[in-house]
Design a protein around this ligand. Structure first.
Ligand SMILES: O=C(O)C1=C[C@@H](OP(=O)(O)O)[C@@H](O)[C@H](O)C1
Ligand SMILES: C=C(OP(=O)(O)O)C(=O)O
Length: 423
């Protein structure tokens, strides 16, 4: 039996927890994972523009909550805390809403996450946005206006969220929108997710090469958007199954085979770790069918950046190596994830080399026990290291950060046989 100790710091949730794991309990359990935060925040914005939309299986995450609060505000300060999607999507939303005037701000880290590309694109469309502190970064002051220009070109290699933000408001603009994407397009599945949702509500779109066109739409038919559960959150269960014994099985709902979420690539990636996925109705079953047969894996994750941390920890826990590339967006996420992963993996005994867009982990067997993992206000640092509790004893600082995308994470680990105890 191993122990995973969780430390909740004051001013997040002043609670220390210790988690233990008993092998026998893990097999054949079912978990209902909350809705995708990406689909939720897109659907909420579309609902604000088209009242004929209803939404099911909304995410219960902090990011979903701040998005809802933001959309319900017309004047004053809107604080979206750590939520990148809320920051970017609400910037576009408020810029296009005549009569609304807000200062959009966020956490200390959010004030270090760039927004210039989006602000400049919106200004070209006619928006009135000014910086309150540092040029290129939140907080920003937005005075909503009717945007009538409809052509803009913008860099596409920094964050796809700028592009999704523009696409989401596009059908509500008098003249629609034509985007020219400059440079190598990053996180492409998230752009396709946005277009997929627009398509679902009956908006005409076209994405060819580096051009995207969206036709304006005054009203839509009554539509229900059913949010699929979060695939990035599913990654931690893939990791648990990969680190557990052959025969382990976990069922997750509600998922579908034709997902809008790029992180559904997990089903393919984890076959490298001996995990097979089967789909039935709204459920997926993850089964450990064999031990991993490879020593080192290589992946370009420019289309699935949010699963890089999970995969690195899985590899480390199995004694495998990995070379993950396409990680150029990681330094501007909730923390500099490349630096954070190198520091924290080294604490448990890994040898890790990083550069500006890649992480290389050497295969290695021994795992240092009793390490304290820092989470840097990043939900994915906490959740990526959680499964390692199957292999060793470790402490996770500020474990409450998981609420950004998955508030029930530790509770659900408990369901799997990890028992949590306050420290
Ligand atoms: O559009 C989205 O919902 C997201 C896009 C990705 O960001 P980038 O496009 O900045 O890589 C991803 O990392 C983030 O968690 C969610
Ligand atoms: C990068 C992430 O979120 P965001 O950019 O929406 O804050 C994430 O959830 O991993």
């Amino acid at each position: 039996m191993f122990f995973l100790a969780l430390v909740f710091q004051p001013n997040t949730k002043a609670l220390k927890l210790q988690i233990s794991y008993s092998k026998d309990k893990l097999i054949r359990k079912s978990i209902k994972v909350t809705g995708s935060k990406s689909e939720t925040n897109r659907s909420l914005l579309l609902q604000a523009l088209f009242s004929d939309i209803s939404i099911e299986n909304l995410s219960n995450s902090d990011d979903g909550e701040v998005m809802q609060k933001g959309l319900a505000t017309s004047k004053g300060v809107v604080d979206i805390h750590h939520a990148g999607t809320a920051m970017r999507f609400l910037t576009a939303y408020f810029a296009s809403q005549e009569g609304k005037e807000v200062v959009l701000t966020g956490s200390h880290r959010m004030q270090e996450r760039p927004i210039k590309v989006l602000v400049e694109a919106l200004r070209e469309l006619g928006a009135e946005i000014t910086y309150e502190k540092n040029e290129g970064y939140p907080p920003i002051k937005i005075r909503g206006k009717k945007l009538t220009n409809n052509q803009v070109s913008l860099p596409a290699n920094i964050s796809s969220q700028y592009i999704s933000a523009l696409l989401l408001i596009a059908p509500s603009l008098e003249n629609g929108l034509e985007l020219e994407l400059v440079g190598k397009i990053t996180s492409v599945p998230y752009i396709k997710m946005t277009l997929g949702l627009l398509d679902h509500i009956g908006v005409e779109t076209e994405f060819e090469g580096n051009q995207i066109r969206v036709t304006p739409k005054k009203s839509i038919e009554k539509t229900t958007l059913v949010v699929e559960s979060d695939w990035s959150s599913a990654s931690y269960f893939y990791s648990i199954v990969a680190l557990a014994d052959v025969g382990t099985e976990i069922k997750l709902s509600s998922y579908k085979e034709n997902s809008l979420q790029g992180d559904s690539i997990l089903a393919k990636v984890y076959t490298d770790f001996g995990v097979e996925t089967s789909f039935s109705e709204h459920q997926i079953t993850l089964s450990k069918v064999r031990e991993s047969e490879v020593d080192t894996i290589s992946y370009d994750l420019s289309n699935a950046p949010d699963i890089a941390q999970t995969i690195s920890v899985t590899c480390f826990g199995l004694g495998m190596g990995c070379r993950l590339t396409g990680l150029h967006t990681l330094p501007i996420k909730e923390t500099d994830r490349l630096a954070a992963m190198q520091t924290e993996l080294q604490k448990v005994g890994a040898t890790v080399v990083i550069d500006h867009e890649s992480l290389t982990l050497q295969p290695s067997k021994p795992i240092v026990s009793g390490a304290t993992i820092d989470t840097y206000h990043d939900h994915r640092m906490a959740m990526a290291f959680g499964p390692l509790g199957l292999k060793t004893t470790l402490i996770v600082n500020d474990a409450g950060v998981v609420s950004k995308s998955y508030p029930d994470f530790w509770k659900d680990l408990k369901t799997l046989g990890f028992s949590t105890e306050e420290l």
